[in-house]
Design a protein around this ligand. Sequence first.
Ligand code: GLC
Length: 414
Amino acid sequence: MSDQPQLTAEEHDRIRRMRWWHEAKFGLFIHWGLYSVIGRHEWAMEVEGIPVAEYEQLATRFTPKPHAARDWARLARRAGMKYMVMTTKHHEGFCLFDTQYTDYCAPKRACGRDLVAEYVEAARAEGLRVGFYYSLMDWHHPDGARCAQDEAARKRFVEYIHGQVRELCTNYGTLDILWYDVAWPLDADGWESAKMNRMVRELQPDIILNNRSRLPEDFSTPEQHIHAEAAGRAWEACMTMNESWGYHQSDDAWKTPKQIIRNLVTCARDGGNYLLNIGPKPDGSIPEPSIQILNAVGAWIDRNGETIYGAERCGVTSSLFANFTRKGNTLYVHAHFWPGESWSIAGLKTEVKSARLLRTGQSVAFEQTPFHVRLTGLPADAPDDPATVLALECASVPEQDMLAVRTGMPRGTV
Ligand code: GLC
């Protein structure tokens, strides 16, 4: 008899639906909307207090080149990403898809095309899974704020939101992810989230839902930081490459490829996914720094992807110059600050059978004591960039006990 708790049918189904997602680890987030026309952050409408009638005019200038999404999808694939999530409607309320509920949408304004359809086609052509971001909060809809005080407005607004979610889940074939955002100003009862998500699952039985309709659903969404959920709960850290989600012309606070790789490794180590954002320009082109960063990340993943995809939660975390991922009994040591010819990992509670440099396959000499594994005879300079990976084959699942190191290490005399 196993002492594992029995899984419910719902939990079994979640495991089945989310298998590809856990394996995938890395996705592209895309924030695109009218805000790109002014190039000043996707919250500009609210934070600069731009009146609806004035903001709406941006739709006359939003005329992206056809099929811009093909470049995003190609770049995502090159970067080693396995799925994409695009804003079908952000807080500004402008819909990139064709909808019967409003004419404030790309097909019925200057753009004249269904940008969500183009996006879906582009993602599929590159073999990427398809996710839709959809903001519940809506600064444009007349009921978007008053729905919290006025029951008739709430009813109308919920009908609008559910209606659009139904359209998104009906008109674009199989969807892989629905990524709600900002549920202000209602709670889950106000949004009728349980009913909405039941509808979504009826229309898309394999879909994966995030937790932002104010129900936990399939995964949590730490934003701009990495925070692991307890084992058994899925999570995805979403992050910008600079400091804004939408195209913000003068935001030059770009992360380096190394920072991004380190973040991806941390997510993979702690059982999560990493959803990294681009904010295309109004014509749909990708800001040049994002292209360069993603190309560099992709080149590293080409050489080291086996340490990321399908990685399992890893109980080894402590080092001053390296991070870790794990698959079965294999521990991958990702040295991002290369310490040179000899260095150690402390507190491994398993026997190391062999060590090798992943990039060259060259085997690495080591000695193991109860306190550390000391690797020797390594190159003086980092063999890979921005991080060099060593694969340590262990006798069992590698765990690390730093307290045992602190309390048990032989001491000197006073
Ligand atoms: C936030 C912001 C938003 C962005 C999102 C991504 O909630 O309001 O602009 O789309 O996070 O996670």
